[in-house]
Design a protein around this ligand. Structure first.
Ligand code: CU
Length: 150
């Protein structure tokens, strides 16, 4: 755990001006940029491991806090100070899908309890990362950047 995160958890210092991936922030959910949704996120394993594959689990909530089952959450991560992203190509898991109907109907996937999983993430350098969430759902498109120090 970084000293910065420790300071936030202990409640000393100034309130962060940007979303920070602290446990306290995860519990209440972070508002997306335009305020259309709130999301909770966690890594598996947690905390984010160095130079090792991990997954990001996101719980997508409406602005009023109801789980959003019919949406998409795509997660990316970059090191803005270095101008590069991850060395892997993460995949958004489809959720729970019904097979295509015999008459040719399309496959339908939902995300029970608003849970979305992005697998194949890897942070191969230590330092300042920005985890970017692209969200689609019934209220429209929105996004969120979370600063994360590895
Ligand atoms: Cu870097």
């Amino acid at each position: 755990m970084s000293l910065h995160l420790l300071a936030v958890m202990l409640g000393c210092g100034e309130a962060p001006s940007e979303a920070v991936g602290t446990p306290a922030a995860v519990e209440v959910g972070l508002p997306t940029r335009a305020g259309l949704y709130r999301l909770q996120w966690s890594s598996d394993p947690s905390p984010v491991p160095f130079n090792t594959l991990f997954a990001v689990k996101t719980v997508l909530l409406s602005a009023s806090g109801a789980p959003v089952q019919a949406g998409t959450v795509v997660v990316d991560a970059r090191m803005p100070q270095h101008g590069h992203g991850m060395p892997t190509h993460p995949v958004a898991e489809p959720g729970v899908c019904t097979p295509p109907a015999a008459d040719g109907g399309a496959e339908v996937c939902t995300h029970p309890d608003g849970v979305y999983t992005m697998s194949g993430m890897k942070m191969h350098m230590q330092g300042e990362w920005v985890i970017h969430f692209d969200v689609t759902g019934p209220a429209g498109n929105d996004s969120l950047d979370v600063h994360y120090t590895l």
